[in-house]
Design a protein around this ligand. Sequence first.
Ligand code: PMP
Length: 359
Amino acid sequence: MPIFDNPNQIIRPEILALAPYHVQPATGMIKLDAMENPYRLPTALCDEIARLAADAPINRYPDASADALKFALRQALDIPDEMGILLGNGSDEIIQIIAMAVAKPNAILMSVEPAFVMFRMIATFTHIQYMGVPLKNDFSLDLEAMLLAIARYRPAVIFLAYPNNPTGNLFNADAILSVIQASSGLVVIDEAYHAFAGASFMEKLTHFPNLLVMRTLSKLGLAGLRLGLLVGGSDWVMQFEKMRLPYNIGIMTQLIAEKVLQHTNVLLEQAETIKSERSIMSTFLSAMEQLEVFPSDANFILFRVNKADQIFQVLKQRNILIKKLDGTHALLENCLRVTIGTPDENQQFCTALHTILNH
Ligand code: PMP
């Protein structure tokens, strides 16, 4: 009998070569690294949630199709009646389901670079070839390059985040429409940051049969629940449903999300506060001559600064955690990304950065 005592002999080489998705330890820190909403829910709503949790039949499996939750999502997110909905344990899971479903031999998953890192990582997990078309230097979509790549490689699926992470900008909507029209495969518009952008492809779904729109409740204030959704033609959704693991959305997520969605005004008001803080912060940062600040339609701001790594480390020593993107892509050289927090957190970040730069 052979003895396999070493993961290197068993695990796929591309998985051995992967660096794990890194979540930075954040206990006790001002946490501005993960695009979370910094606000809690109002106490009265928390009390209602506590009662729901106390009464939840957690000895039973949850509703497998989560129909009540889907109904609440339809109402809250203006999902067209004729469109199907697929729910995921976060939108990460939905990316994975789509990638698994289209991963024929030689199939290609396409996105732009830099983009949300999970597009590339999930392509590796699911054994589908990844292709990233570089953005222009100003982080706009390089439509010409995209159209050439689409014609040449005929990707099974294209993922575009709108607004894009980590750059924060909305790509030109007409350019995206050209991509959708040129593509013979699926185009998934990932609208994770929709609440901060006020632009969407949701209403275009009925015009383009190869278009899917993805959303998440994570950036809206429910990151801990893990709920993402895909909206699109029911012929697509029906196929993806087959790959969704049974009961992927737990009972607590179903009950709490449904309850909170009856109060979307709370989440939307928080998003408005975040947007006005974004504008205050963007003005403050832009006034610092050492920084190049990129415009953002999301709940974070990307900026470039000399010695970004050093600045990131000093901020960390001061208990302020942001995200270092320097080193992840050529276009992101010396770039850092800060999530918009509460006014107090933002001010602490801005003051610390100002002090470090003028030391
Ligand atoms: N899409 C984009 C563009 C993101 O930035 C993120 C989270 N950083 C996600 C999807 C995943 O979000 P979640 O799994 O929490 O729904």
